[in-house]
Design a protein. Structure first.
Length: 136
């Protein structure tokens, strides 16, 4: 983990076993940010989903590729970027998890959850970096 002022960064190899490092990272970051427990929980759910997507869909579980999480706070805004080394995707191609054909699927709810917990969820043009914004 790197830290510069109010910005923190974590880079992990693309293995699902490393997802626990994300939770530890944000508990450490929260020593500085002092988020209430419910906001921290919402952040952890959202970022964990984004990192899992980067590991599984972006980097295809290739441990030679990394997912990088950058977190910064400016005023009452917390911004988290999750970047993978994959080819990217088009967010508009994601199936609606609330559609009746998708209700019983075991996956496909990560982006939905991120949008539910964050004030803003945007992607870079390539589709291999998501920016999550939480108002504090």
């Amino acid at each position: 983990m790197k830290s510069t002022g109010q910005q923190f960064q974590l880079s992990i190899p693309s293995s699902r076993k490393n997802i626990t490092l994300v939770e530890k990272f944000f508990h450490t970051v929260n020593d500085s940010f002092k988020l209430p427990e419910e906001r921290l929980h919402a952040l952890l759910v959202s970022v964990t989903e984004a990192v899992n997507n980067g590991i599984i869909h972006g980097n295809k579980n290739d441990e030679s590729k990394h997912v990088v999480v950058t977190c910064s706070k400016k005023g009452k805004t917390l911004t988290v970027k999750v970047h993978d080394e994959g080819k990217g995707f088009k967010p508009e191609d994601i199936a609606n998890p609330l559609h009746e054909d998708n209700l019983l699927r075991t996956g496909g709810r990560g982006v939905f959850l991120m949008k539910a917990f964050m004030q803003s969820v945007t992607y870079n043009e390539q589709g291999n970096e998501v920016t999550l914004v939480m108002k504090l």
